[in-house]
Ligand binder design. Structure first.
Ligand SMILES: Cc1cc2nc3c(=O)[nH]c(=O)nc-3n(C[C@H](O)[C@H](O)[C@H](O)COP(=O)(O)OP(=O)(O)OC[C@H]3O[C@@H](n4cnc5c(N)ncnc54)[C@H](O)[C@@H]3O)c2cc1C
Ligand SMILES: NC(=O)c1ccc[n+]([C@@H]2O[C@H](COP(=O)([O-])OP(=O)(O)OC[C@H]3O[C@@H](n4cnc5c(N)ncnc54)[C@H](O)[C@@H]3O)[C@@H](O)[C@H]2O)c1
Length: 467
């Protein structure tokens, strides 16, 4: 049986590990899908390319408030789609080609297939060409990601539906799109398709969209979404049917009764489940938690010595910057087993690239209360800063939350233009322990730039100078 020094399963963030420092190692990389994983092929990158095109398409709907009259003449969906994938698909193909054939990878064998453990540190790969390979290794990196959850709604399978894996490759824009789900994927695709002229309905089980955000943000986003899309809250979809003419009918229950909805396409966006079940982890003794996530220690190592895991298959965050961070930790620990480093999950930010945009780091106000942390909070509206006047923004705000005793920031939540960019100084402050009072006052904030929304929120916090 072939024996490797290192086997990596999954070419998302897992593919970033092997470089020239592994030149003396005998390495195998196993990938069952498209090289590059979720973010590159069906996740962060194409979605944000669609979001930017959607932002451009949405401009005429707001331009007249600036005294500029614009008209949207049309959206050439095929051109939008093909520009995006015309850029992405060659990158995926190039990544695969590099690992398969470039002399840099003379020590690397790529298996195009699905890996599953069949013994102690023994992997069997069902290759795409129908063959099977069996090999063992001293070390493994489990980086097999996650996949969309498909809820058990009667009729869904027979009707057919899209997930984030397929919706971006539609042949043509539908007239009407229903989205089941109310999280990140729903918010981003609602913006994309509605901006392109599609009639979008969001079907949520909960009372608010993006309900995991700070409650004030979730409420604000929900209110804005209700003005743009048909938002059905508190709904349970109980049946999906396809009519002979191709239309899709959804039957829903809500607290006051039942209702029906007819659409042309259906997007299911109710979360993602870790791909740990594909790996038959029992065969090598790796532990998984109740959510199907591979359990790791602070070094990203599983309970089995030499088997590491990273990214969506182990993390509750399911974010690319987390997967990349963990990949850097795993790489270091593989190369320096006697001087390992821990991953840092203290302040993991996230952003929703919808319209408006949302960004968040740290505790929500509700979480601070639940934990009994004495805190101070302050809110600054974009409408009351100069750049907000320029943009005629009426709905955006930044909320900052600090520990009342230490003055350290413990959370920040922004809804409004460029929120994912505006929040970055707070992530830095929290990561490096800069106190909020000093942060507001002991640096220049460029006037009249958008981060003034943060500066003013920080200045409003009822804190005192240290020392
Ligand atoms: C629509 C969408 C938009 C997103 N947008 C953002 C964003 O804006 N910002 C952000 O931070 N995150 C975003 N994410 C999340 C982000 O894409 C993921 O967190 C990240 O890609 C996870 O990386 P990973 O390396 O853990 O897994 P993946 O990139 O999913 O890689 C896992 C790979 O393993 C392969 N694999 C699985 N099982 C096996 C097996 N048994 N054998 C062989 N190969 C296997 C899979 O085919 C896959 O290629 C988005 C996700 C989606 C779906
Ligand atoms: N900008 C980003 O960083 C970004 C963008 C897209 C996806 N992602 C990642 O991908 C993950 C998956 O995204 P997602 O939007 O699918 O999941 P999500 O977890 O963000 O949201 C899913 C929502 O669907 C609801 N839901 C669950 N079952 C339902 C049902 N049967 N009917 C109606 N609603 C139901 C849940 O209550 C939840 O609010 C995210 O958690 C995130 O980590 C990140």
């Amino acid at each position: 049986m072939t024996h490797y020094d290192l086997v990596i399963i999954g070419t998302g963030s897992g593919n970033t590990i092997v470089n020239r420092r592994f030149a003396g190692w005998k390495v195998a990389i196993v990938e069952r899908g498209t090289f590059g994983g979720t973010c590159l092929n069906v996740g962060c990158i194409p979605t944000k390319m669609f979001v930017h095109a959607a932002d451009v398409a949405a401009t005429p709907s707001v331009s007249s408030r600036f005294g500029v009259d614009e008209e949207l003449l049309g959206v050439r969906w095929a051109d939008v789609r093909d520009r995006i994938f015309g850029r992405i698909d060659p990158i995926a193909a190039g990544g695969s080609e590099y690992r398969h054939h470039n002399p840099d990878n003379a020590n690397v064998t790529v298996y195009d297939g699905t890996g599953r453990f069949t013994g102690d540190k023994e992997l069997t790969v069902d290759n795409q060409d129908g063959s099977t390979s069996v090999f063992s290794a001293d070390r493994f990196v489990l980086a097999s990601g996650s996949r969309p959850v498909i809820p058990p709604i009667p009729g869904l399978e027979e009707t057919g539906y899209h997930t984030s894996n397929t919706i971006m490759r539609l042949e043509q824009l539908p007239a009407r799109l229903a989205i089941i789900g109310s999280g990140f994927v729903a918010a981003e695709f609602a913006h994309v398709f509605a901006s392109f002229g599609v009639d979008v309905t969001i079907i949520a089980r909960s009372k608010a969209l993006l309900r995991h955000e700070d409650a004030e943000l979730a409420a604000q986003y929900t209110e804005i979404a209700q003005q743009k899309y048909d938002v059905r809250l508190n709904r349970e979809t109980i049946r999906v049917t396809r009519h002979d003419d191709g239309e899709i009918e959804l039957k829903m229950l809500h607290p006051d009764g039942a209702e029906e909805l007819i659409v042309d396409e259906l997007l299911v966006a109710v979360g993602r489940v870790p791909n740990s079940d594909l790996l038959n982890l029992d065969a090598t003794g790796v532990e998984v938690d109740g959510e199907g996530r591979i359990v790791v220690d602070k070094y990203q190592q599983t309970n089995v010595d030499g088997i590491y895991a990273l990214g969506d298959v182990t993390s509750p965050h399911q974010l690319k910057h987390v997967a990349n961070h963990e990949a850097r930790v795993v790489k270091h620990n593989l190369l320096n087993p006697d001087d390992r480093i821990a991953s840092d999950h203290r302040f993991v930010p996230h952003a929703v690239f919808s319209s408006p945009q949302i960004a968040s780091v740290g505790l929500t106000e509700e979480q601070a209360k639940e934990r009994g942390i004495p805190y101070v909070a302050a809110v600054q509206r974009y409408a009351d800063i100069a750049y907000g006047w320029a943009m005629e923004d009426t709905t955006g705000f930044a909320k900052v939350i600090a520990d009342a005793n230490t003055g350290q920031l413990i959370g920040c939540h922004i809804i409004g233009p460029q929120a994912p960019t505006v929040i970055q100084p707070v992530i830095q402050a929290m990561s490096f322990g800069l106190d909020a009072y000093a942060m507001a006052r002991e640096q220049y904030w460029i006037h009249p730039a958008m981060p003034e929304v943060l500066e003013n929120a920080l200045l409003k916090l009822e804190l005192h100078p240290k020392g």
